[in-house]
Design a protein around this ligand. Structure first.
Ligand SMILES: *[C@@H]1O[C@H](CO)[C@@H](O)[C@H](O)[C@H]1NC(C)=O
Ligand SMILES: *[C@@H]1O[C@H](CO)[C@@H](O)[C@H](O)[C@H]1NC(C)=O
Ligand SMILES: *[C@@H]1O[C@H](CO)[C@@H](O)[C@H](O)[C@H]1NC(C)=O
Ligand SMILES: *[C@@H]1O[C@H](CO)[C@@H](O)[C@H](O)[C@H]1NC(C)=O
Ligand SMILES: *[C@@H]1O[C@H](CO)[C@@H](O)[C@H](O)[C@H]1NC(C)=O
Ligand SMILES: *[C@@H]1O[C@H](CO)[C@@H](O)[C@H](O)[C@H]1NC(C)=O
Ligand SMILES: *[C@@H]1O[C@H](CO)[C@@H](O)[C@H](O)[C@H]1NC(C)=O
Ligand SMILES: *[C@@H]1O[C@H](CO)[C@@H](O)[C@H](O)[C@H]1NC(C)=O
Length: 498
């Protein structure tokens, strides 16, 4: 998911999804929701999603690292952590995870990204990581959780567009924007336990626009597109080595997603709108035909499953509708990032700071719902997050310590989840679920230890400060997610009983 924030930035995010009504099949009665019948595909009709039981609401979470956590210990996995965390999420009513189904490596070691990668070089797979993805899906199925499978990434934390462009251009150097360097000063006395710092523009980082200009060459690079399609083919047609289900015949996979946060390729000097986030219409933007052609390709390979873009919505109504108004895109997505977009300051304890963030989130959810209604599709809030009360960490050894309280975050989650739930209950509005960023589970910065691949698997991806947006197993946010699921279940039971 995500990237960082600095004033105008283009940043971030990923996330996931759903929870729903009682599941029909009970593969393992130890799990609240039972299993997912291979043929119980979720489908979209006008403003709602449906499954075999009826209307389908997504109580989701971003759990992007699932394939790595589920892989063998020898490649950095941790099966016991995986099942612990899946059980924790299932116990909170989570019925959907947004996961990576891609990550790209390079011929020379690259910083700031998931490691080991699924695809170390074009067309070459690390089978142990692929088995991790199989395991992730098989374990999700048992717990009644469906997946959004993210096939690429605008941002550097999984390789993504930048790596494809580099591969296609003689391993050209990627101009990385400011990213978390876990081995930069200050360091704790035990090696590889943090803290680190962000790289700095002009010192060891490029400006953001250099990075996005480089990454967005992806849309029109013929060789990069050919490799990307080969990857889509390989994942969509894979047979799960754990449960024997073919990926494109498995209803556990709700949706294929083109990429995490694909950005507009035509960026003006000045952005529009009251928050300076919006872009003017640009029908000639190569992003738009890329969405159409790629979604047609995925649909041709996986006609029973849904396809989504992974778009944030900060670009405004014109862009949002331009990338979603294709028959091969089944539902819209939105990502809401108040700190990254300059609306919220995690070091500011004033009431007006958090109130501004809540107002923005409510308006953003209402606006994006309207845009979706106009094109007759559901919309899924598949990424949002907020830091802890990190002003409490000022002057401490690390700004993202888990000891900071979470009153702002909890209030914000209630507000934004509440807005999406209200727009699900309202038949004239289009929201069908939420998916916060991101489940860190048992991870804590205080006890972190980088593994043999230099990675700490926090909820925050490796280009961002670990602990920034993490949701921990003991956090109140998990109860907010649970109450959402309970409220929706009661609502749907009532509707369906009438
Ligand atoms: C059902 O799930 C429980 C809890 O994880 C596990 O211990 C048990 O082995 C599972 N049973 C089957 C038949 O898969
Ligand atoms: C795996 O995760 C568990 C927590 O679920 C932790 O106690 C254990 O140390 C981890 N193992 C490794 C090798 O990191
Ligand atoms: C991270 O910081 C270390 C220590 O300062 C430095 O040696 C290394 O080059 C930095 N890595 C990147 C990718 O900037
Ligand atoms: C991190 O880097 C920034 C920019 O170079 C610097 O201002 C800040 O003091 C550093 N933080 C720590 C904790 O060293
Ligand atoms: C960023 O792009 C500008 C304009 O193309 C270029 O002059 C500059 O060298 C680039 N900086 C880095 C660090 O790549
Ligand atoms: C969406 O596409 C339909 C069918 O092509 C078209 O009639 C409609 O005007 C489009 N809506 C927008 C907002 O572009
Ligand atoms: C805190 O946020 C409020 C609301 O945006 C702002 O008016 C105030 O100046 C901020 N305070 C500081 C110290 O930045
Ligand atoms: C919502 O839309 C209104 C009307 O276009 C606009 O004034 C407002 O800034 C938008 N707010 C957000 C957060 O998108």
């Amino acid at each position: 998911m995500t990237s960082i924030c600095l004033a105008i930035l283009l940043a971030l995010a990923l996330a996931f999804s759903p929870a729903s009504t009682a599941r029909p099949s009970q593969a393992n009665s130890s799990y609240k929701n039972g299993g997912i019948d291979a043929n119980d595909f979720v489908y979209a009709d006008n403003l709602r999603l449906y499954d075999g039981v009826g209307v389908h609401y997504i109580t989701g979470l971003n759990y992007w690292a699932c394939m790595n956590l589920a892989a063998d210990d020898s490649v950095g996995g941790n099966y016991s952590r995986l099942v612990t965390e899946l059980d924790q999420m299932a116990a909170k009513g989570v019925n959907h995870l947004r996961v990576m189904a891609s990550s790209e490596g390079a011929s020379t070691p690259q910083p700031f990204r998931m490691n080991p990668p699924l695809m170390p070089a074009p067309g070459q797979y690390n089978e142990e990581i692929f088995v991790g993805l199989d395991t992730c899906l098989a374990e999700m199925e048992k717990r009644g959780m469906r997946a959004t499978m993210t096939l690429n990434n605008e941002w550097q934390w999984s390789g993504g567009f930048g790596q494809y462009v580099s591969w296609a251009n003689h391993d050209a150097e990627i101009p990385y924007p400011p990213s978390w360097n876990l081995s930069a000063p200050p360091q704790r006395s035990n090696p590889s336990t943090g803290w680190g710092n962000y790289t700095v523009i002009g010192v060891d980082a490029a400006p953001w626009s250099n990075y996005t200009d480089f990454a967005n060459r992806f849309y029109t690079d013929t060789q990069a597109q050919a490799w990307y399609r080969d990857h889509i083919d390989a994942v969509v047609n894979r047979v799960n080595s754990v449960n024997g289900r073919k990926y494109n015949e498995d209803a556990t996979i709700m949706a294929w997603q083109l990429a995490n946060e694909p950005q507009a390729a035509i960026v003006p000097e000045e952005f529009l709108g009251p928050y300076g986030l919006e872009l003017p219409p640009a029908p000639e933007d190569p992003l738009i035909p890329w969405v159409r052609e790629t979604s047609e390709y995925i649909k041709s390979l996986a006609p029973k499953q849904l396809v989504s873009v992974g778009f944030e919505g900060k670009q405004g109504k014109w862009y949002w509708q331009a990338v979603h108004n294709f028959s091969t895109i089944d539902y819209g997505t939105s990502h809401c990032w108040v700190q990254n977009w300059g609306i919220y300051d995690m070091l500011n304890s004033s009431i007006s700071n958090i109130e501004k963030a809540k107002i923005f989130a409510r308006d953003f959810v209402a606006n994006t719902s309207d845009w979706a209604v106009e094109i007759g599709k559901p919309i899924f809030l598949e990424e949002f997050g907020m830091a802890r009360n990190n002003w409490e960490n000022e002057g401490k050894e690390y700004q993202y310590l888990s000891s900071a309280s979470t009153s702002n975050k909890d209030g914000y989650f209630q507000t934004i989840i509440g807005a999406a739930v209200a727009m699900f209950k309202d038949p004239q509005a289009a929201y069908v679920g939420t998916c916060p960023w991101a489940y860190g589970g048992v991870y804590r910065p205080e006890t972190q230890q980088a593994d043999q691949f230099g990675i700490v698997w926090a909820g925050d991806p490796p280009h961002e400060s670990p602990g920034w947006y993490d949701l921990y197993d003991t956090d109140e946010t998990m109860n907010i997610i649970y109450r959402q699921q309970q409220e929706i279940e009661a609502f749907l039971d009532k509707e369906q009983g009438e």
